[in-house]
Design a protein around this ligand. Structure first.
Ligand code: PLP
Length: 393
């Protein structure tokens, strides 16, 4: 037996463990400190009533012989795939049901999709980056190149004359920077990928935060994207499903490489290795796309976005440089006076009792940045910003 030694090449990811230790030890020494956690990327508001009702209904279904459900279709129930098809139609994106696959979240599918690609492909990711894109490829041993995302390009790298690679990861609105590609920029990416016969893996996990018509919710809003892109999305941030687990992946039927259709390969992969998302979960997910459900989840998003506005206004008043906070739950704040992100973390923890995420945890270009999230209560956000004003003035 030989182990996959690529695992030995993974960088130990102690980011959130390190944060937790520093916070715990500070809280132990200062038990009276009221710490506000703004580092998390997890939602805090419960599931909306339409989803809860649908989940209860589905549990009832499972209790009766006539409506009990055993194994479901591996690609997901048609009632949910049709609901997602309708959601895309509102954005003028035509999908066939066969394009749509239901999974247990974007993270799993982002990792699992790599089963379809040869190991000698070169993968291109931005720096800073959502670490899952890197780690899943390190596990397989693929070569990884980095594109600089920094202040000079607004943390939105574009293809350059000398850009080469086979698989490109784009995440818009971005975690961790909150930056989002506009239509013109995504069009350039799609044209580039088609020319190069490359593939874009587009992560739309935060699309629900977009309310600017110039920023596409889906890469399939761009003509030609069906020939060069796969899209991942989930209900984690859209509808608070981080603990319920449901996502969807769009693999257009047109995508063909080496004479093989990626859609057929993904069907084969899923039917072999995956037995579907539970009926109960899918019923809850379908309720998100009902008229009532969508209104309810959008109210929750509006609440988080209000927090983002409060934060953005504060940093503007303080004359600080930041990205995101507009079509995203994240604010990517430049640490003052070129401070290193862990030093700024300590300053914020000790002087303001606020926890954020040091940018260096997402890549070298994050070393002077700090990620704050709006997944909090309005009261906490207001209180946190008052403290920030006091220490950063
Ligand atoms: N993609 C990005 C960019 C994320 O930030 C996250 C979660 O934070 C995910 C995917 C994973 O989402 P899910 O809960 O659907 O697995």
């Amino acid at each position: 037996m030989k182990a996959n030694t690529n695992y030995g090449k993974l960088q130990s990811s102690y980011l959130f463990t390190d944060i937790a230790h520093r916070v715990a030890s500070y809280q132990k020494e200062n038990p009276e400190a009221k710490i506000i956690r703004m580092g998390i990327g997890d939602v805090t508001i419960p599931l909306c009533p339409a989803v809860i009702e649908a989940l209860h209904g589905a549990v009832e279904d499972m209790s009766k012989k006539e409506t009990f459900h055993g194994y479901g279709p591996e690609q997901g129930y048609d009632f949910l795939r049709s609901a997602i098809q309708g959601y895309y139609k509102e954005k003028n994106v035509e999908l066939s049901l066969a394009d749509i696959f239901i999974g247990d979240g974007a993270k799993s599918d982002v990792g699992n999709i790599l089963d379809l690609f040869a190991l000698d492909n070169t993968v291109v990711v931005p720096d800073p980056v959502y670490p899952v894109y890197v780690d899943t490829n390190v596990m397989d041993g693929r070569k990884i190149l980095y594109m600089n995302a920094d202040e000079s390009n607004g943390f939105l790298p574009m293809p350059q004359a000398d850009t080469t690679g086979d698989i490109f990861y784009l995440c818009s609105p971005n975690n961790p920077t909150g930056a989002a590609y506009n239509r013109e920029q995504l069009t350039q990416w799609v044209n580039f990928a088609r020319q190069q016969k490359a593939l874009i893996l587009f992560d739309a996990a935060y699309e629900i935060f977009i309310d600017d018509p110039d920023i596409p919710h889906s890469i399939f809003e761009i003509p030609g994207a069906r020939e060069c892109a796969i899209e991942f999305c989930s209900l984690s941030k859209t509808a608070g499903f981080t603990g319920v687990r449901c996502g969807y992946t769009i693999v257009p039927e047109e995508l063909t490489y080496d004479g093989l259709a990626l859609n057929r390969m993904w069907v084969r992969r899923q039917t072999t290795k995956f037995n579907g998302v539970s009926y109960i979960t899918q019923k809850g997910a379908a309720a998100v796309f009902s008229e009532t459900g969508m209104k309810q989840v959008k109210d929750v998003i509006a609440y988080y976005k209000e927090n983002g506005k409060i934060m953005a206004k504060t940093f503007e008043e303080l004359g600080m440089v930041f990205f995101g906070g507009y079509c995203s739950p994240y604010i990517w704040l430049k640490c003052p006076k070129d401070m290193e992100s862990w030093d700024f973390f300590d300053l914020m923890l000790k002087e303001a009792n606020i926890v954020g995420t040091p940018g260096s945890g997402f890549g070298a270009n994050g070393k002077n940045f700090f990620r704050l999230s709006s997944f909090n209560t309005k009261e906490n956000t207001l209180e946190a910003m008052e403290r920030v004003k006091k220490i950063l003035k």
